[in-house]
Design a protein around this ligand. Structure first.
Ligand code: 3PG
Length: 216
């Protein structure tokens, strides 16, 4: 029997008061916990550590369970064979820029909530055929931004999205106002250079500003 698809929607819904996911690239695993602590100090409750550097695996392992109240996701999960390994790290969910039958099947088998990435109606339909209802809309700005999410909303009224890609402090609120947006993600909170420079105060400031943005 095929396992039910583990939708990541519940993870995003739990961020209700601060529906912003910090998408990060970590080069030195030693920066992982101070970074997550800085985001938490600013009031953010979700971090997506992308598997774009060799240090990402160690970084995720260090953050999981060490920062109270922080939801930890592994991002840029593109290979079905990485799903089981990611699941063993104890992450809350996985995020992918894309949506393939093999990837969603691997997530179902590992019982790991997955936020599959889509940018078009066909990709959204593929995810829905596998039981997904919550998607990363990526890359959001490049693929039509708020207007495209409106169009997807007309086609798939029960689908929810977490847009990322080109989102920043200036345009995030416009996305969060949409009925079908559960949360937004982006690297503007903790860009790679700020992490490299251990600019924890600035990262905390950006996190706090992002929380403020959703309080209006
Ligand atoms: C992601 O994986 O969500 C993106 O790399 C974030 O995009 P951004 O750097 O444009 O915020």
């Amino acid at each position: 029997m095929t396992a039910a698809f583990p939708d990541a929607g519940g993870m995003l819904d739990a961020l209700r008061d601060a529906p912003v996911v910090a998408v990060v690239v970590i080069d030195d695993a030693g920066d992982a916990v101070p970074l997550a602590n800085a985001l938490a100090a600013g009031g953010l409750r979700a971090i997506e550590v992308t598997l774009r550097t060799p240090a990402a695996w160690d970084a995720i392992e260090r953050i999981v369970g060490s920062v109270e109240g922080m939801t930890v996701a592994a991002g840029t999960v593109t290979r079905p064979e990485d799903v089981a390994r990611v699941s063993k790290l104890g992450v809350d969910f996985a995020v992918s820029p894309g949506c393939t039958p093999k990837l969603v099947t691997a997530a179902a088998q590992a019982e790991l909530p997955l936020l599959p990435g889509v940018a078009t109606p066909s990709e959204t339909m593929l995810g829905r055929e596998h039981g997904a209802r919550t998607f990363k809309f990526f890359p959001a700005a490049q693929m039509g931004g708020v207007k495209m999410l409106g169009a997807l909303g007309e086609l798939f009224p029960d689908a929810r999205f977490c847009p990322s890609g080109g989102i920043d402090a200036d345009n995030a609120a416009g996305y969060l106002e949409l009925r079908n947006v559960s949360a937004v993600g982006g690297s503007w909170l903790a860009p790679r250079e700020l992490i490299e420079n251990k600019a924890w105060r600035e990262i905390e400031r950006r996190a706090a500003a992002a929380v403020h943005l959703t309080e209006a």
